[in-house]
Design a protein around this ligand. Structure first.
Ligand SMILES: *Cc1c(COP(=O)(O)O)cnc(C)c1O
Length: 327
């Protein structure tokens, strides 16, 4: 990737004349089956740009209360798009279809905000892949009331690998999609927002407003092209490694693994029964070269990726066994 970056042919993408960015955007649009795509600096940027482009200020977005936009984007929806988030109780990424339909503002009333968007996430940041049937039903509701559906597909390719489908089988049930080139696909920087041509044209101008118009971005896009071409097919290795890690961790006394939620490359677990403090454990792991997320809602997280081998996992498991047994 670094070699590809060094060799990249670049221009000024703010003026639309960076050939490598263009190539990446065309490739991305083709891969997800949309008319056009736009390179953005991060997943958060792409999601927020989608809200900003789809929605009028003061309109409502219907989404699950456990989704990334609600949990991990610093409340940006209220700052940038100026929308109201109408959350529904999320169950591992899915939420009630009848509640979506109930929450849609159907008649014009002087008191009501308009419903601007429905937002869903696949794979969900809790590690689960949501079903295509549920997505089809959500999309159907959107069509019925002419409400667009945005898919947060930061880990879209992990979802496709789990479901054994082409990504287009997932993205056909949304009007716009954001996916990350970083994370599992291993590019250093960048995400894409894809959708209809007129939507992307409007998003391009708003990306500039948000400070996301990048000049010689082809250096980044070159890594992104490799990420998109070479990395999706190997994600199943990460998933197998996550399952292996989950199985091994589950054997250690004091650890409870959310085994049923290991569908992609993330392993969530609790060490509450061990009586140990998660922050202390994270620090001890770090000293031994292992990075883990501290507990959120009682759950710690390990993530497998291209840089993590089976041997690395054995080392992690041995270290965890040792740390939790002794003190
Ligand atoms: C990581 C992630 C994002 C945000 O991506 P960043 O590049 O970290 O801003 C958005 N949605 C989901 C589901 C994610 O996992």
């Amino acid at each position: 990737m670094r070699e590809a970056m060094v060799r990249a042919e670049v221009g000024d993408d703010v003026y639309g004349d960076d050939p490598t960015v263009k190539e990446l955007e065309e490739l991305a649009a083709r891969v997800v089956g949309k008319e056009a795509a736009l390179f953005v600096p991060s997943g958060t940027f792409g999601n927020q740009l989608a809200l900003f482009t789809h929605c009028l200020r003061g309109s409502e977005v219907i989404l699950g209360d456990d989704c990334h936009i609600v949990q991990h984007e610093v409340g940006a929806a209220s700052v940038i798009a100026g929308v109201q988030l109408r959350t529904l109780p999320g169950h591992k990424g899915e939420f009630s279809l009848s509640e979506i339909e109930n929450k849609i503002r159907k008649e014009e009333d002087i008191h009501y905000p308009a419903t601007g968007l429905i937002e869903i996430e696949n794979a969900h940041s809790g590690g689960r892949v949501i079903s295509l049937n549920w997505m089809r039903d959500v999309y159907g509701i959107g069509e019925k009331y002419r409400i667009p559906v945005h898919l947060d597909g930061a880990r879209l390719f992990n979802a496709a690998a789990y479901l054994h489908v082409d990504v287009k089988e997932i993205t056909r049930f949304c009007d716009s999609v954001m996916f990350c080139l970083s994370k599992g696909l291993c590019a250093p920087v960048g995400s894409l927002l894809a959708g209809r041509q007129d939507f992307i044209d409007r998003a391009r101008k708003k990306r500039k407003l948000m400070g996301g118009g990048l000049r010689q971005a082809g250096f980044l896009a070159a890594a992104g092209i490799l990420a998109l071409e070479k990395m999706p097919h190997r994600l199943k290795e990460d998933h197998e490694n996550a399952l292996f890690l989950g199985e091994q961790l589950a054997r250690i006394p004091g650890i409870h693994v959310k085994s049923e939620d290991i569908q992609i490359n993330m392993v969530f677990f609790s060490i509450r029964d061990s009586g140990r403090d998660d922050l202390a454990l994270v620090a001890q792991l770090k000293e031994r070269g292992i990075k883990a997320s501290s507990a959120e809602g009682g759950l710690m997280r390990f993530v497998t990726h291209y840089g993590v081998t089976k041997d690395d996992i054995r080392y992690v498991v041995d270290t965890m066994r040792h740390l939790l047994a002794g003190s």
